[in-house]
Design a protein around this ligand. Structure first.
Ligand code: KG4
Ligand code: ZN
Length: 337
């Protein structure tokens, strides 16, 4: 085919992700993570992440090229996450992307991390319906987007006013004595509990906005646990995990479907690390079926941060004839959608 080969670079948080695509065909998706180095701090340490990206960049690019059976000179365009994310971490990826683009004499595309989380689904499920609604939930973001065209037109409908959904999972896991990152541990523990055991608050549930709030919920869970511990009562971790999880996914799915209704959109995409949550997937499917909305969720390896999502969006930008970025493009930690 004559579709260009695009190499994507993702360094907005703790993952050094390199992806290679041709059109929407995925050829490589190689990841180096510094999560083990952050785990003992109970959260991602920006300085540690930046240094790890610097060390991982060249070997990860080489591993991706090898996995795809390609040479560097085969690459037709470079795409890189320009933001939002950790400033120092983004800077490593953007600097690498500029030098690769300059060295190869190929166009450079700085892309928005959130739009890339949406674009990646096409690698698995084909072209995105236009428009679609996207719910992006991870440790760093919780957003609802209206997506008429992922390459050129992505509109923010709402986002969290405090903690991200994944951040709430991680903080509540800590309260329950589960390891970091806590999302998968809560998901697992919750399978042995009841989501109806304890009624935790659902922040902003019917406030008429498409924004989220999870810090009140996190505090409510902590207070509930403290009160039981102070009175010497034992707590049933699976019930607390399941009830907390139910509160989060109830709000996420309810607002996502409110967005579909409000904008008369019949396709919902869920992405980001929290999209791996089994209860979120099940409740979203149930509510989408009831509302006549088609649901798309990429496989877990494409939901968490990776380079393929950046390459996928880069490929769309090339196809749409969007003007490439200049070598002056900055890394922007708060890049708006
Ligand atoms: O997208 P991601 O890998 O990185 C960013 O934060 O950008 O998302 C990581 C987040 C963490 O907060 C983690 O606890 C959460 O996704 N997570 C989950 C599950 N798997 C990962 N949360 C709930 N249930 C899960 N199964
Ligand atoms: Zn992300």
């Amino acid at each position: 085919t004559d579709e260009p080969l695009v190499l994507g670079i993702e360094t907005s948080c703790d993952e050094t992700g390199i992806g290679i695509v041709r059109g929407h065909a995925l050829l490589a998706n190689t990841i180096a993570s510094s999560m083990d180095e952050h785990a003992r701090y109970g959260g991602v340490v920006p300085e540690v992440a930046s240094r790890a990206h610097l060390e991982a960049m060249t070997p990860t690019v080489e591993a991706a090229l090898a996995a795809a059976g390609l040479k560097f000179s085969d690459i037709d365009a470079i795409a890189v996450t320009a933001g939002p994310g950790l400033a120092g971490a983004l800077l490593v990826g953007v600097a690498a992307a500029k030098s690769y683009a300059l060295g190869l004499g190929v166009p450079l595309y700085g892309v928005n991390h959130l739009a890339a989380h949406v674009a990646v689904d096409q690698l698995e499920h084909g072209p995105l319906p236009k428009p679609c609604i996207a719910l992006l939930v991870s440790g760093g973001h919780s957003s609802l987007l209206l997506v008429p065209d992922v390459a050129s037109d992505v509109i923010s409908l709402g986002s969290t006013v405090d903690d991200a959904a994944g951040e709430a999972f991680d903080k509540v896991a800590r309260v329950l004595g589960l390891p970091f990152p806590g999302g998968p541990h809560i998901d697992r523990a919750a399978r042995d509990g009841s989501g109806a055991a304890i009624t935790f608050p659902r922040g902003k549930i019917d406030d008429g906005t498409l924004d989220f709030s999870f810090s009140g919920l996190k505090t409510a869970v902590a207070r509930w646990v403290e009160a039981r511990e102070a009175s010497g009562e034992s707590i049933h971790v699976p019930d607390v995990a399941a009830s907390f999880q139910e509160a989060v996914v109830d709000v996420l799915t309810r607002k996502a479907l409110q967005a579909c209704r409000k904008y008369d959109v019949h396709d919902l995409l869920i992405g980001g690390g929290v999209a791996a949550n089994s209860r979120l997937r099940a409740l979203a499917q149930e509510r989408c079926d009831a509302a006549g909305v088609r649901l798309r969720v990429p496989r877990p390896g494409l939901c968490t941060d990776n380079g393929a999502m950046v390459a996928a969006l880069g490929s769309d930008l090339v196809a749409a004839g969007i003007t490439p970025s200049t070598l002056e493009i900055p890394a922007d930690s708060s890049l708006p959608i």
